[in-house]
Design a binder for this molecule. Structure first.
Ligand code: ADP
Ligand code: MG
Length: 350
């Protein structure tokens, strides 16, 4: 053991691979009857009965998807799980198991991985998920995490991206753009810190933004809310890349067009204030920011009274026929074609 002031650093080589896996996973409790066998054999065994199985994977790479200079490892563990659960919920499904694979360089002591797994464990507890396996290996540089989430759903309840219909309403949960701005704030502080390591940043004006970036929540609650309201979306996707890009996925795959109203896009007051400070257009941020992990879905007009006035849901547009294209209707009542990057101000349409 190397004593680092009052921080203990245990080299991973002291434990060996099996010791490490055992150490990291021993406190995870299995919560699902469907988990017949979890960690410890060649493969996990699940019994999802007569339901359809949902499987989704995401890869997170240090330096590409996260920066450990401002992302605490516990948050990273939590977020890695959220990113995956969000995809299961976007199918209207129920997530029940995950596998977690990590590749780590010898730069990381055991204590770092313990922190990472604390975040993973908190996510598993909060969302009732069983950790049932994974893989552990070394990397020459940096940390890589791949998570696979497994869920299930009754065949009649699955919601795909490609089934939006003309005249459906386009609805989004929560609010948009905060996570992107949180990242901008953290990046700015990192630069300030580089110049002056003694600076004491006051981040109280940005707490919501930073929380959305560092500790996003997958919207399991929205899937339940829709069930309780007896609303089955006609199409659904989660917002990982930005509202604009996700609307285009739904529209392209469903072969429909859409009008989205700028004035309807839900924004938190901190998003509005921080956009002014950074001289950013809040609509652009909401459309292209990404990492919101909100749900974007379409519903039949008949279902509108069931969601009307719900504080978690906002109708932001409606589905049109394919030939009308995918447009943002601005506050000035101009129609602008949406692109995956947000909108192209040069491609104005009259
Ligand atoms: P194998 O060599 O057969 O692939 P491993 O030694 O990699 O088996 O894994 C042993 C057990 O530990 C398996 O159940 C595997 O799923 C699990 N496991 C390995 N790495 C991790 C990890 N990072 N997190 C959770 N479970 C893990
Ligand atoms: Mg293995």
């Amino acid at each position: 053991m190397i004593e680092d002031k009052n921080q203990t650093r245990t080299s991973l080589s002291e434990l060996g691979e099996f010791g490490l896996i055992n150490h990291l996973t021993k406190n995870f409790k299995l919560q699902h009857k469907s988990t017949i066998k979890g960690v410890g054999d060649d493969a996990a065994v699940l019994d999802l009965k007569d339901k359809q199985v949902l499987v989704t994977t995401d890869f997170l790479v240090e330096g590409v998807h996260f920066d450990l200079s401002y992302m605490p490892l516990k948050h990273l563990g939590y977020k890695a799980i959220m990113v995956n659960l969000s995809d299961v919920y976007a199918m209207n499904g129920d997530a029940s198991q995950i596998t977690v694979s990590i590749a780590v360089s010898n730069r990381f002591p055991l204590e770092a991985l313990e922190e990472l797994y604390e975040g993973i464990q908190l996510a598993c507890k909060t969302y009732a998920i069983d950790l049932v396996g994974g893989d552990t290996t070394s990397s020459t540089k940096g940390l890589l995490i791949s998570v696979t989430a497994i869920g299930s759903i009754k065949k009649k309840d699955v919601v795909y991206r490609n089934t939006a219909k003309q005249n459906d309403l386009l609805v989004v949960s929560g609010d948009l753009g905060a996570s992107y701005l949180g990242l901008q704030v953290l990046e700015r502080e990192k630069q300030v810190f580089k110049v002056n390591p003694n600076s004491q940043p006051d981040l109280t004006a940005y707490t919501y933004l930073i929380e959305r970036q560092l500790k996003p929540e997958a919207r399991k609650d929205i899937v339940k809310l829709l069930k309780d309201l007896n609303v089955k979306p006609t199409a659904m996707i989660d917002i990982s890349d930005g509202l604009s890009s996700e609307i285009l996925h739904i529209c392209t795959q469903s072969k429909v067009g859409c009008n989205v109203y700028e004035e309807k896009i839900p924004l938190d007051p901190q998003v509005i204030a921080t956009c002014e400070e950074f001289e950013l257009n809040s609509t652009t941020v909401a459309l292209s920011g990404g990492e919101d992990y909100e749900l974007l879905f379409t519903i039949s007009q008949e279902d509108f009274p069931k969601i009307k006035g719900n504080p978690h849901l906002t109708v932001i547009g409606h589905i049109t026929q394919e030939s009308e294209g995918v447009n943002l209707v601005t506050r000035a009542n101009q129609q602008i074609k949406l692109t995956a990057q947000g909108w192209n101000a040069l491609a104005k349409e009259d």
